[in-house]
Design a protein around this ligand. Sequence first.
Ligand SMILES: [Zn+2]
Length: 198
Amino acid sequence: MTFTGDLYNVVGSTYDPKHVPGHLGESWKALLISMGIAASSPCYVTNDPAPPDKSHPAFSVGGHMTVQSDGSVPNRTCFLMPLCSWHNSTSRDGIRFTHTLTQMLQLTGYMLGELAATFQLRLPSDAPYALLYYVESAQDWRFKDLYEHDVTAWAQTLADAGTPDLHVLIERVQAPDPQHIVRSVSLPGFNAPELARF
Ligand SMILES: [Zn+2]
């Protein structure tokens, strides 16, 4: 979609489970690119000049943006657009950003601080299941759509993770309302490895 209005950083969107500075947002960046935003796009911010030794105008991350100056996300709806790490930092929270590039993603149903993988797996899909899993080598959570015939042998369908120690198998239920039901889980400290049998 296109959006021309002034925007602010979403406050609380930068929770980083890996504590690697500048790393969070790479998967949100990938989502932007997969939806048609050019990887060669610059950071969209045209006001609020960055010091010359900073990351601007690199497209470092997919930055979560809101029309609310306090950084809140009304109705779980915000925008995602290319940002440099400097403009994405919490030190820029509350700063009004103007932009001349207007193609961005509108995220509906976004939960504050969530991972790109968990947001994406809730998007409409024909696949009745989704597996959320942790890739140790990438230190990142990913997801894969699964069909009925994949479910009992999902480990063999993952090219990038072997059999991941940490995973959550989720069933997408469409009726009467869209729901996401955990069917099996393997997480530290969680003592219900099988919630349902297939
Ligand atoms: Zn920037």
